[in-house]
Design a protein around this ligand. Structure first.
Ligand code: ZN
Length: 380
């Protein structure tokens, strides 16, 4: 272990991992980061909203503002007995570091801090400002985290130009994928009304399963879109359907269902909602439909930031990254609407949220170099 710990990013990563920062508990991680940033000239501001701790740190007062963003919270380890080693004690095995949060995303945080230290050591007079936006509520409800910090910044007219989010974007090898946007996520909560009855007397009942079935079939036949240059096709998935009272001779009086769209920029949540309603209204069905929008789609247009991240990755790995908008949502959905270019670059995501989460030690060291190179390309 002594060998790995001689690298400053790995040493900081281990210190972060030992803090059991299960959402929304920051467990002192942000203090650790602030203690490293203050000596570099950063003003560190803690923004506490309910039980969520957020850090806004900035060095410099002029623009442009290059911001690194991420989260200190981790998902719970689950049954710790299933882990090969203690999830909160960093363990090195076969070139990897095993622990909860090692990939998602304490390695991103450690790499940012060390990259900033090295960059400022060599370039104390760099242009513009450097900033960090760190939350302890990315894995949870995400209501009092990045969203609230962005609101607080907007209230005082403080803006960000470019944002590098350290989420684990890579698929098989470090830097094979960078995310330049994310699909939107829209959920529907449906209730279909019917009349409960005896299975032998359907004429006296109104079975909501029968009225919903053709609607469900039609929703599945719709080709929502083919995607576009940067987005995969919009996907419609039913995640839950419930009806029935548990007796074989009773037809239910009500059906509930939940479905979700992961949608491209070919749609807005309004146009999707209208389309779904028009399908329901084409059938003889009594229903109530409520919606939850968890994130609008966003896309960073090709330009200086994408070019810089692309170059930083290519120089390190020798191959060009794929520009992707796949995967789940991220806090980029809260940052991008303020007119910020957002790109996500982080380690391999294959083991995130799983038992025995891990990250390749070499990847963490290479990621630090990539972040440093991005600063050189953007601020020099
Ligand atoms: Zn994450």
């Amino acid at each position: 272990m002594a060998n790995e710990l001689s690298d400053p990013t790995i040493a900081l990563l281990c210190d972060l991992i030992r803090r059991r920062s299960i959402t929304p508990d920051d467990a002192g991680c942000q203090t650790l980061l602030s203690d490293r940033l203050r000596p570099l000239g950063f003003e560190c501001e803690t923004l506490q909203f309910n039980d969520v701790t957020n850090l806004w740190a900035r060095r410099g007062t002029s623009g442009p503002v290059l911001c690194f963003a991420g989260h200190t919270d981790v998902v719970p380890p689950g049954d710790e007995a299933e882990w090969s080693t203690d999830p909160f004690e960093p363990t090195f095995r076969d070139g990897s570091l095993y622990a909860r949060g090692s990939a998602d995303m304490k390695s991103g945080l450690a790499a940012m801090i060390v990259a900033i230290e090295e960059f400022l050591d060599e370039n104390p007079e760099a242009d513009g400002s450097l900033a960090l936006l760190i939350t302890s509520d990315e894995e949870g409800r995400a209501r009092d985290g990045t969203l609230r910090v962005m609101e607080a910044l907007a209230e005082r007219d403080e803006s960000i130009d470019w944002c590098v989010l350290g989420e684990p974007s890579s698929q098989r090898a470090l830097g094979d994928v960078i995310r330049i946007g994310r699909r939107g996520s829209l959920s529907g909560m449906l209730t279909v009304k019917g009349v409960q009855g005896h299975v032998a007397y359907p004429q006296l009942a109104d079975n909501p399963i029968r009225s919903f079935a053709p609607v469900l079939a039609e929703l599945h036949t719709i080709a929502w879109d083919d995607g576009n240059e940067f987005f995969p096709p919009t996907s419609f998935q039913v995640v839950d359907v419930r009806a029935g009272i548990g007796a074989p001779n009773v037809t239910p009086g009500e059906l509930t269902a939940r479905f979700n769209f992961r949608y491209s920029t070919e749609w807005t949540h309004e146009t999707l909602q209208r389309k779904v309603r028009s399908v329901f209204d084409g059938h003889d069905i009594e229903y109530e439909l409520n919606w939850h929008l968890s994130g609008k789609p966003f896309l960073t247009q090709p330009g200086r930031l994408i070019n810089a991240v692309h170059a930083a990755v290519t120089e390190q790995t020798g191959s060009a990254p794929e520009l992707s908008t796949g995967g789940g949502t991220s806090d980029g959905r809260f940052i991008s609407p303020a007119g910020v270019d957002v790109v996500e670059l982080g380690p391999v995501n294959a083991s995130i949220h799983k038992v025995d989460e891990h990250v390749h030690v070499e990847d963490v060291i290479a990621l630090t170099k990539m972040y440093k190179r991005i600063m050189e390309l953007m601020l020099l």
